[in-house]
Design a protein around this ligand. Structure first.
Ligand code: UDP
Ligand code: MG
Length: 347
């Protein structure tokens, strides 16, 4: 085992089976309790590591974490230079995991550590790439909040290129392949659940209780949630950019029909207010033409936007028959594909 910068033993010598990512902002008060419950669960599972990300806490979260490292050598700490928000904190944590699977959970004990074995079950048994915990039990306050959240999911569904399940939260397990795929997406405006949905892979959901926050208060007020919702929608669809050409077409059509109507009416009854019809028609048609123009720019901007995001073009779930296929019997045991030479050798 090596020794890390703070003079403590570095618990990363063996490759962990499971890594747990714990984003935290001002969670100092609940930390001791968190690890008291989490560590026994992980000890039973096998080689593990815990990666805590201090997301610019203003309380003593970081110094508490440093203390806790003396008790828990498998705890690793990443401290961000300021508050970057949970989505980015999670990404920073994922980038430093090495487990064969990774569990992401909140650090306020709303996600019960005892649920981890249940999350692992579909991954070990059936090789699922993503296992979500379906929220049961907790009503997150108020009719307004649930109406707004329902509206968000409807809008997201309508506008985006991927589908997300509104019942799932941010307590989840990822296979290493999914973690690598997720980290290969370099975009800056991140909505993790959308990115994971975009990545695809076999996904399943299991029901798990969500508990009330152990200590402190929620970091997500209305404004933060609203900002995340806007990021989510604009990062996964360009409809808001492109919709203007359709509105423009509607305006122009109304203008043209109204124009035709005026012409016919003037021919039959003569003009009443001189100049009025032509002004209205000109306004409608020119507004329409401008909006169509905006929409066309929106189309191109949408393309530019998706290009600059530089997401990988596609992701591979598994390969068969290549020399770099993993030496996993379930993978090479495919009657269609002859065994790769380096896997079949040596009787
Ligand atoms: N969190 C974070 N950075 C932030 C906000 C929140 O790392 O900017 C963490 C927080 O410490 C907690 C998790 O994200 O572990 C979920 O946040 P919180 O419990 O405040 O949100 P809620 O459960 O109310 O949605
Ligand atoms: Mg919480």
């Amino acid at each position: 085992m090596s020794v890390s910068a703070d003079g403590l033993v570095d618990g990363s010598a063996e490759r962990p089976l499971i890594s747990v990512v714990l984003p935290m902002r001002n969670e100092s008060r609940g930390l001791a309790r968190l690890f008291e419950r989490l560590v026994p669960v992980l000890e039973k599972i096998g080689p593990y590591e815990m990666v805590a990300i201090d997301d610019g806490s203003t309380d003593d979260t970081l110094s508490r974490l440093k203390q806790l490292r003396r008790t828990y050598p498998r705890l690793k700490v990443v401290s961000l230079s300021r508050n970057f928000g949970k989505e980015i904190a999670v990404t920073a944590g994922l980038a430093r995991t090495s487990g064969a699977c990774v569990v992401i959970m909140d650090s306020d004990l709303q996600h019960i550590p005892e649920g981890i074995p249940a999350l692992m079950e579909p991954w070990t048994r059936e090789g699922f790439g993503i296992v979500y915990a379906r929220r049961v039990g907790l009503d997150r306050g108020g009719a307004l909040r649930s109406t707004l959240s329902a509206t968000f999911y409807k809008l997201f569904d309508f506008m985006s290129e991927v589908k997300i399940d509104r019942e799932t939260g941010d307590f989840l397990l990822l296979d290493r392949r999914v973690v690598d795929a997720f980290l290969a997406m370099p975009e800056r405006n991140r909505f993790n659940r959308g990115l994971l949905a975009w990545a695809g892979f076999r996904t399943t959901t299991i029901p798990l209780e969500v508990e009330a926050r152990h200590a402190g208060t929620s970091n997500f007020g209305f404004l933060r949630l609203a900002r995340l919702a806007v990021t989510a929608i604009t990062a996964f669809g360009t409809l808001p950019l492109r919709v203007w050409s359709y509105i423009g077409m509607l305006f122009s059509l109304v203008g043209l029909f109204y124009g035709a109507f005026i012409v016919v009416r003037t021919l039959i009854f003569g003009a009443d207010v001189p100049g009025y019809p032509s002004i209205i028609v000109a306004v409608l048609v020119s507004a329409g033409v401008q909006l169509i123009g905006l929409g066309i720019i929106g189309e191109y901007l949408g393309h530019v936007y998706s290009e600059v995001k530089r997401r990988p073009l596609y992701l591979v779930q598994e390969t068969l028959g290549f020399s770099d296929s993993p030496a996993d019997p379930t993978v090479v045991d495919d009657p269609e594909t002859p065994l790769a030479p380096d896997l079949g050798g040596g009787e």
